[in-house]
Ligand binder design. Structure first.
Ligand code: TPP
Ligand code: MG
Length: 274
């Protein structure tokens, strides 16, 4: 039997994984491993972190150092790890709730500090693990288990939030863009500074079922595709026309000192160095 060449990066004891059929988490795990394989990432220096949630379980399946289990606090761990050992490569797999709701304050300050970590956000537009509750990324008017009359709140634009707070690498794609995701993950892992990659994805079990009335993954993928516009096209559209659209592309890439750079520099000075 032919074995998937990426399987060597998975912890056998963790399989089969717990994701629902059609869930975007499986795709994101697979695309990350493809990127890691193509760039020959040193898995001995990789630390994969997840908080709590379906997305947060992705690191559990990766054969690398993994931390899993505190909702919204992945960046606190990442900060400690990077300041103790800046040579490690840290990647955070975050749900939209994990990074933008309970962890929102940690996100803005990690971005402001330009901590050298990679955040891959699976934006499935709801709190999937706990049963499909409304998230700060659930589009206006849509139904969730906690918004039986429709969601009355505007969404956070996660990429704009990260950019405004100071992230130095910001991109958004959807699970309809596997090739772009692999390339962006490779570029992002190579970037020194805070990398923020948002992937808008399908959660057929909750978002699809409640918000769109279909538990079929392909229906949510189609719904996402119909709303997707490229960054280039978006530049020609008005704010009104862009309402409810998912703009994809690479938004920010710039080099600035990282928190670790500043830490090392100040430590040297404090010890009498120049
Ligand atoms: C401190 C704390 N508050 C609340 C919860 C309950 N909880 C677990 S996962 C989750 C939301 C998950 O949503 P998201 O981060 O978007 O991940 P997804 O499951 O959608 O991938 C919540 C509220 C928790 N585990 N810990
Ligand atoms: Mg979610």
């Amino acid at each position: 039997m032919k074995v998937n060449p990426l399987r060597k990066y998975l912890r056998e004891w963790g399989l089969p994984h717990f994701f629902c059929p059609g869930c975007g988490c499986g795709q994101i795990l697979s695309l990350f491993l493809r990127a890691a394989d193509e760039m020959k990432l040193d898995m001995d220096k990789l630390v994969a972190i997840g908080g709590v949630g379906c997305t947060a379980r992705i690191p559990v399946y990766i054969k690398a150092e993994a931390l899993h289990g505190v909702h919204g606090r992945t960046l606190a761990w990442a900060t400690g790890i990077k300041l103790y050992n800046p040579d490690l490569n840290v990647v955070i797999f975050a749900g939209d709730g994990d990074i933008a709701a309970i962890g929102g304050n940690h996100l803005i300050h990690a971005a402001r500090r330009n901590l050298d970590v990679n955040i891959i956000v699976n934006n499935n537009m709801n709190y999937a693990m706990t049963g499909g509750q409304v998230a700060p990324t659930t589009p206006l008017c849509l139904y969730t288990t906690t918004t039986p009359r429709g969601n009355m709140e505007r969404i956070f634009d996660l990429c704009k939030l990260a950019e405004t707070a100071g992230a130095t690498f910001v991109s958004r794609w959807t699970t309809n863009h596997p090739r772009q995701i692999v390339k962006t993950i490779k570029d992002g892992m190579d970037h020194r500074g805070l990398t923020f990659i948002e992937i808008v994805s399908q959660c057929p079990t909750h978002f699809g079922r409640y918000a769109l009335g279909s538990p079929r993954a392909e229906d949510t993928l189609k719904w996402i595709k119909e709303r997707t516009v490229t960054k280039k096209k978006a530049e020609e559209m008005s704010e009104k026309e862009l309402e409810g659209k998912i703009v994809v592309g690479d938004f920010v890439k710039k080099n600035l000192p990282t928190l670790e750079d500043n830490y090392v520099e100040l430590e040297k000075k404090a010890r009498g160095g120049k």
